[in-house]
Design a protein around this ligand. Structure first.
Ligand SMILES: [Zn+2]
Length: 700
């Protein structure tokens, strides 16, 4: 048993993670046979990339996954669950150790790693190491599991060096499988490779970077086959005196399987456009060319109002410490028509709503592309962590020229674990908070995705010298003409760097708060009376303030870094609200002066009177730096805003860690083609055992 000191307790796996179901059976049943087959093969394609996520996270993740599958699967059929009662009995471990091993396994499966996708820190089992060993030794497939255990046991329990327990730059001792060599490439080399790739028009989104020697680097490109003939064999840096060779076939086994499943799915598309979309994805995964995925994404944007919705590929770059490389993800979902109608009304109002945003016309997209905004019910989601809403594609040029889609994941939003404790809210307003929390969150997510991520422009110069802006445009922060913009091939992530993901989340969250009192939006969501509208707007600010307090859980004082992009953003917003007299955090002390509780508070009057103006000022600070590609300015402003006060780090953070709530785990169904060619949805018990069974049967 490891961690006995409270500081290290945060690296323990959650004791009894609340397990939630996706509740998708009824909606799935209503699909036609063709739609079911389409969703089955797209689910297969999504999950075929699961091993990519493991390989992107840490060196040990994939073997750990295999160890756990081997431990809990049947010898007679490794795609079936072992007899767990027998396994427990044979291992002779205590109930407590057994539960801890199961809880650990369910969390590794759900994160596809022993690093939390939400928070980016390692977690270790609560079970004693010899108990865990006894379970592995008792496994029906111990001949497979034991050698893996011997190789991994010390790594599974390792808590030193402490820097290695966080995902981050390997040059600072952190863990990142995006830079798999030892020693890793230097920070200067990583930046220089990015600049070389930007100049050559090669995306780093689906790559990893290895250092062979001081003069030779290797850019590993995800593909199942050869790179396009148009790609250079290598790029040379005169500045730093190295050559970076491009090497194909990173994750080729996984991407080969992805493409087999996509090929099958193409038989069940609803129209030609959907077929072209899948064909382009296949091309991208075969050749490593992100341009083909971009084209596929254009078809995807045109695939308006489908019954079965999906997206897959290298999408979000939260895990790469340099903010440029993206994790694999893939989802399949069914559109919820009733709720989508509500969102469509919001989309109708969007062009007018974004005119109200505080940065003015020059900084806004010239024409708001009407997105498809739907409420989705997830059937399957291959990812280390399921979000509540998504706004994609992330390619800025596709978004500006073709548009984007916005989705709210209703069965994720509504998933509730039983008896969840309410922390950091004063008992006086606990009942009111519970009444408004979900409603406030629904409006927050809708505005965040549609009007937050959907607004604001980048000043971009093309290779032919053409520009989408006037260089006499005034920077409202300086009162002078702008001095920077995006050059050919440069993207938001590549120019703004490590703060880019989190700052964009802050921008979207801040837009939602800025519009919290907007009557047009509130009426669409059914809040008609002034009392309800004010309660809802106040609720949105209070939900944010509470999240800002809880964000300290993901802050690491040793490194001075936040481990989770959304939570860093919420902490920064809380600080901004405190600085502007709208929020406060009240400390509750016992007779001895020890901090025993804390309450996030919003000054209701100030919030309703000045909340919009205060959020508007924050938005201007962020949007101007984003539009002009001002990396140094953005980094300086953002780091200062999200850096917690020392008093909060010293006193409030330990309290937040002590009151930390376990993170929800979802048990996802599997789909299987039956003998008569139909598709069966296989559901599992809503328990950690059910999560384990689902991963054994998924046979990844
Ligand atoms: Zn977002």
């Amino acid at each position: 048993m490891a961690a006995s000191n409270p500081h290290m307790d945060r690296y323990l796996a959650d004791k009894a993670p609340p397990v939630c179901s996706l509740n998708i059976a009824d909606s799935f049943k209503a699909l036609t046979k063709q739609e079911k087959l389409y969703s089955h093969y797209l689910s297969d394609a999504s999950w075929a990339g699961a091993r990519i996520i493991m390989r992107q996270t840490s060196a040990a993740s994939e073997k750990l996954f295999d160890l756990l599958v081997a431990t809990f699967s049947s010898a007679a059929d490794p795609t079936k669950l072992a007899n767990l009662a027998q396994l427990k009995h044979k291992s002779g471990v205590s109930d407590e150790d057994w539960d801890a091993v199961l809880a650990y396994a369910a969390q590794v499966f759900s994160n596809l790693s022993n690093f939390r996708s939400f928070g980016a820190t390692k977690f270790i089992p609560r079970a004693a190491q010899d108990a865990f060993a006894a379970v592995v030794a008792a496994a029906e497939r111990s001949s497979v599991a034991l050698p893996l255990w011997k190789e991994l046991a010390s790594e599974i329990y390792a808590l030193t060096p402490e820097a290695s327990l966080s995902i981050g730059k390997p040059t600072a001792g952190h863990t990142s499988a995006y830079y798999p060599s030892s020693p890793p490439p230097s920070d200067a080399q990583v930046d220089e490779v990015q600049a070389l790739c930007d100049a050559a028009g090669i995306s780093t989104l689906n790559t990893r970077l290895s250092r062979v020697s001081d003069t030779e680097l290797l850019l590993l490109v995800a593909s199942s086959g050869d790179l396009p003939a148009s790609f250079p064999k290598s790029l040379k840096s005169d500045k730093l005196g190295f050559t970076v060779r491009l090497e194909a076939r990173d994750y080729s086994d996984a991407l080969g399987r992805v493409n087999e499943a996509l090929h099958e799915a193409r038989k069940y598309v609803r129209d030609e456009n959907q077929g072209q979309m899948l064909e382009k994805y296949e091309e991208s995964f075969a050749t490593g060319d992100i341009e083909a995925h971009k084209q596929g994404s254009r078809h995807w944007v045109k695939d308006v109002g489908p019954v079965v919705e999906s997206y897959l590929g290298f999408i979000e770059s939260y895990v790469d410490p340099s903010g440029a490389r993206a994790e694999w993800e893939g989802f399949v979902a069914i559109v919820n028509k009733e709720q989508s109608a509500k969102f469509n009304t919001l989309v109708d109002g969007a062009p007018q709503l974004i005119e109200d945003l505080p940065w003015g016309k020059d900084y806004e997209v010239p024409e708001f592309k009407r997105p498809d905004f739907t409420a989705l019910e997830i059937v399957s989601f291959c990812t280390g962590g399921i979000p509540a809403g998504i706004n994609i594609p992330n390619y800025h040029d596709v978004r500006e020229n073709d548009g984007f889609k916005n989705v709210s994941l209703s069965n994720i939003l509504s998933a509730k674990a039983a008896n969840e404790e309410l922390t950091f809210i004063s008992p006086d307003e606990a009942a009111q908070y519970r009444k408004w929390e979900d409603k406030a969150f629904e409006v927050q997510v809708a505005s965040h995705e549609l009007l937050g991520h959907g607004s604001g422009r980048l000043f971009q110069e093309q290779a032919d010298g053409s520009r989408n802006f006037d260089d006499k445009t005034i920077n409202p922060l300086t009162g002078k003409p702008i001095t920077s913009w995006y050059g050919p091939g440069e993207s938001y992530g590549s120019r703004i760097g490590p703060v880019s993901s989190s700052m964009e989340e802050m921008r979207a969250e801040a837009v939602a708060l800025y519009l919290a009192g907007n009557k047009q939006i509130l009426e669409i969501f059914g809040f008609k009376t002034e009392q309800d509208q004010n309660d809802l707007a106040y609720g949105m600010f209070l939900v944010m303030a509470r999240a800002g307090v809880r964000a300290l859980e993901f802050f690491d004082p040793k490194t001075g870094k936040h481990g989770q992009a959304h939570m860093e953003a919420r902490h920064g917003i809380l600080r901004w609200l405190v600085q502007h007299g709208i929020a406060s955090v009240d400390f509750v002390r016992d007779a001895g002066g020890k901090l025993v509780d804390a309450y996030a508070k919003i000054d209701r009057e100030a919030c309703l009177a000045r909340g919009k103006e205060v959020m508007g000022r924050l938005l201007l600070e962020i949007q101007v730096r984003k539009s002009t590609g001002d990396g140094p300015g953005a980094t300086q402003f953002y780091r200062a805003l999200t850096k917690p006060d020392q008093a909060w780090v010293d006193e409030l953070r330990p309290l937040v860690l002590a009151k930390k709530l376990p993170r929800k785990v979802f048990v996802q169904p599997c789909t299987k083609v039956t003998a008569d060619g139909d598709v069966e949805l296989v559901e599992y018990p809503v328990s950690v055992e059910g999560v384990i069974q689902s991963f054994v049967e998924r046979a990844l």
